[in-house]
Design a protein around this ligand. Sequence first.
Ligand SMILES: Cc1cc2nc3c(=O)[nH]c(=O)nc-3n(C[C@H](O)[C@H](O)[C@H](O)COP(=O)(O)O)c2cc1C
Length: 175
Amino acid sequence: MDSFEFQGFLRTRASVREFSADDLTAEEIAGIVQTAERVPTAGNREAWDVVIVTDAGIREDLSDAAFQQEHLRQAPCILVVCANYVRSMSQYGERGILYAVQDATIAATYMMLGAHAAGFQTCWTGAFDEETVSEVLALPEHIRPLVLLAAGKGNLPPSYTERMPIGEHVHENIW
Ligand SMILES: Cc1cc2nc3c(=O)[nH]c(=O)nc-3n(C[C@H](O)[C@H](O)[C@H](O)COP(=O)(O)O)c2cc1C
């Protein structure tokens, strides 16, 4: 894939919130998760984990924890990407909190793009009650859920969301 194709690949990703009833196979899910194997990670501490949720009852609980967001109920798979504070804080102390959040966010991004590359759709979901999600998934104390990445088969929207011109994000040398 050349740079032009890569830009096109990124431009054709969109959040999808309606999924067909088709399940993803275990191999398909493993393929998405595998994408995150080589993410950059602070000090190579790999301070992230993922809980693969396919159980319908647990998906329903996660939807409830996310203020009844319907796409979480519908998607056949939710990848709950988590920061693992122990792995990073054991080396970096307080700074490790930020590194774990960054590691996990990059991992979630790779999985989102891995799903896109495989022809599946996703919706990055950040609005949820962390305590409830932790309870539903029996997460240990040092694991913080950051992203509920809904994944499945759906249709891309007919048009893509607007963005600010990139120049509005960019500052040269100083702000
Ligand atoms: C940090 C973050 C949190 C988000 N939380 C939600 C959410 O709770 N529910 C939802 O439907 N979409 C959520 N989204 C998806 C955004 O709404 C979406 O990415 C944005 O509107 C741009 O649309 P696009 O992804 O189709 O380009 C979230 C995205 C990010 C990066």
